[in-house]
Design a binder for this molecule. Structure first.
Ligand SMILES: O=P(O)(O)OC[C@H]1O[C@H](OP(=O)(O)OP(=O)(O)O)[C@H](O)[C@@H]1O
Ligand code: HPA
Ligand SMILES: [Mg+2]
Length: 174
């Protein structure tokens, strides 16, 4: 018997959850309402690349103009491999957070297994960590999020998708 083919995280997830730009913007604004109760923050740190879009919206709403990135690569499309830190947090922003991250806001689009979030939390243990969406495995790592989806859901973000024709149900569409 041959080995079963390795499933990607997206194939394991199975349940699709497409998010439009409009919905994403609304969810980011809802996140900001919650964060406004927790701040003020000296700086926003986006976990790239997915955190760049929510970080821009959140920073705009909260009036924060110091924005840094921590650049991490993990998923190759849908398979999670080794986490690679391609760029760390700048010395200036580290200083603003007193070396521990106090008063800093880390933003990402979602937590899934929590591996990415855990790595960044280790860099800044006292920072506030916010994501727009959270799956159960990663949820304990996040301080503030908006929508929880099940672990078997795959979120399709608007920057990864495009409008396309969908055949009618009677013609055999799933
Ligand atoms: O909780 P985890 O299981 O670690 O997964 C969550 C991370 O995975 C995705 O990023 P990805 O590494 O795919 O890179 P990208 O943001 O550049 O798309 C997502 O944007 C989160 O950063
Ligand atoms: O559900 C997801 N959607 C998009 N990217 C992801 N990276 C980890 N999980 C996800
Ligand atoms: Mg990411």
């Amino acid at each position: 018997m041959g080995e079963a083919p390795e499933l990607s995280a997206q194939e394991r997830a199975g349940r699709p959850f497409p998010v439009s730009w409009d919905q994403f913007h609304r969810d980011c604004r809802a996140l900001t309402w919650r964060l406004n109760e927790v701040g003020p923050f000296h700086a926003v740190i986006a976990i790239t690349r997915g955190g760049l879009v929510p970080a821009a919206i959140v920073a705009r709403e909260l009036g924060v103009r110091v924005i840094d990135t921590v650049c991490i690569a993990s998923y190759d499309h849908t398979k999670q491999g080794e986490l690679k830190v391609l760029k760390g947090i700048s010395d200036e922003v580290m200083k603003l957070g007193g070396g521990t991250g106090r008063g800093l806001l880390i933003v990402d689009d979602l937590v899934d297994t929590g591996k990415t979030g855990k790595l960044v939390r280790e860099m800044l243990p006292e920072a506030h960590f916010a994501t727009v969406y959270a799956k159960p495995m990663g949820r304990p790592l996040v301080d503030t999020f908006i929508t929880e989806v099940s672990q078997d859901t795959w979120i399709f973000f608007p920057w990864d998708t495009a409008l396309s024709y969908h055949p009618p149900l009677r013609d055999g569409a799933a």
